[in-house]
Design a protein around this ligand. Structure first.
Ligand SMILES: NC(=O)C1=CN([C@@H]2O[C@H](COP(=O)(O)OP(=O)(O)OC[C@H]3O[C@@H](n4cnc5c(N)ncnc54)[C@H](O)[C@@H]3O)[C@@H](O)[C@H]2O)C=CC1
Ligand SMILES: O=C([O-])CC(=O)C(=O)O
Length: 340
């Protein structure tokens, strides 16, 4: 008990000095949704955030009024679903989190969401390129493998694209990998880190168990674990039975990634997160975006770390990933070319 209280005190003290260092406005687009609400709550609890701007096509001001009663120092503002509301929400943002769009129902793939979510993300990206061209853009809306290239193309068309500031949020995959491996090995997930590279759907999700604490996992146990990490999203979609996909674990993961970016911006060194970015790693194979471990810095991406050594099994997983990923990326790029 004493140790727990003591570490809480240390956390509070560090958090206070961080918040005193720099004002950080965080904007959430899609803030009234299943992910948006708990994600906004976690941002309201983050002492590194000074201003929280909440926008949704419905319900933004209500969520903002509710959260604004929480006794942390940040201000919370909800915006009307108008062009000027969106512009105000985005102006001066350091971080823009985008969980706007429809979620899956059982039987759907993430790619089945493309027709609806592509135009939602394109339009929000246009507004962000105009109102907050220097913000770090964190794309949660699926299919991430395509929506991130959509944002890139929109920013390019407006002459404000900076690949260091665009991120597909794949943190949930590493959160799941850490939890699932700890269940297999009966360990504390706090001590389990499994790099997950590639993209964010099915076989494009490539867990590198050989780089975890348990490189010895083999055979059926390995196959089942890899499959569970790749299709963890489906597990939740099925259990929710038509009521959507992961929201609470995604809010946790999104808040972790935003916190890492804020930390790096506020001077903390050595912050590393896996994320889906404009990446040189497989460009020679025509794959422009790829998730890998990335060191974050004040500008966003500081250094994209290599995939590292993989075994023959993982080499095969990577092959399958790259084929699908290339198609998903092209679909996003083509969409903006055909529907500017
Ligand atoms: N990257 C990841 O790991 C994950 C991504 N997702 C994706 O996140 C997205 C959101 O999921 P949920 O929050 O569960 O859905 P939801 O339907 O509960 O919430 C989406 C919200 O977006 C809003 N919205 C729709 N169009 C908008 C627009 N043009 N501007 C602003 N807001 C708009 C809706 O009004 C709604 O409040 C889905 O596409 C889902 O597939 C979900 C889980 C994990
Ligand atoms: O599975 C989905 O549709 C939502 C998602 O991306 C995830 O939970 O990883």
């Amino acid at each position: 008990m004493f140790a727990a209280r003591q570490s809480f005190g240390v956390f509070q003290k560090r958090a206070f000095s961080a918040s005193a260092r720099q004002a950080s406005k965080v904007t959430v687009l899609g803030a009234a949704g299943g992910i948006g609400q708990p994600l906004s709550l976690l941002m309201k609890l983050n002492p590194r955030v000074s201003q929280l701007a909440l926008y949704d096509i419905r319900g933004g001001p209500g969520v903002a009024a509710d959260l604004s009663h929480i006794n942390t120092n940040s201000t919370v503002t909800g915006y009307e679903p108008t062009a000027s509301g969106l512009k105000e929400a985005l102006t001066d943002a350091e971080i823009v989190l985008i969980p706007a769009g429809v979620p899956r129902k059982p039987g759907m793939t993430r790619d089945d969401l493309f027709n609806t979510n592509a135009s939602i993300v394109r339009d929000l990206a246009k507004a962000a390129a105009d109102a907050s061209p220097n913000a770090k853009i964190l794309v949660i809306s699926n299919p991430v493998n395509s929506t991130v290239p959509i944002v890139a193309e929109v920013f390019k068309s407006k002459g404000v694209y900076n690949p260091k500031r665009l991120f597909g949020v794949t943190t949930l995959d590493v959160v799941r990998a850490s939890r699932f491996i700890s269940q297999v090995k009966k360990t504390d997930p706090a001590n389990e880190e499994v790099p997950v590279v590639g993209g964010h759907s099915g076989v494009t999700i490539v867990p590198l168990l050989s780089q975890s604490n348990h490189a010895d996992i083999e055979g059926e146990t390995r196959d089942a674990l890899v499959n569970r990490i790749q299709f963890g999203g489906d597990e939740v979609v099925k259990a929710k039975d038509g009521a959507g996909s992961a929201t609470l674990s995604m809010a946790f993961a999104g808040a972790r990634f935003a916190e890492s970016l804020l930390k790096a911006a506020q001077g903390v060194k050595g912050v590393i997160e896996p994320t889906f970015v404009d990446s040189p790693l497989y460009k020679d194979q025509g794959v422009e975006f790829f998730a890998s471990r990335v060191e974050l810095g004040p500008e966003g991406v500081k250094e994209i770390l290599p995939v590292g050594q993989v075994n023959a099994y993982e080499e095969k997983l990577l092959e399958a990933c790259l084929g699908d990923l290339k198609k998903n990326i092209k679909k996003g790029v083509d969409f903006v070319a055909q529907n500017p």
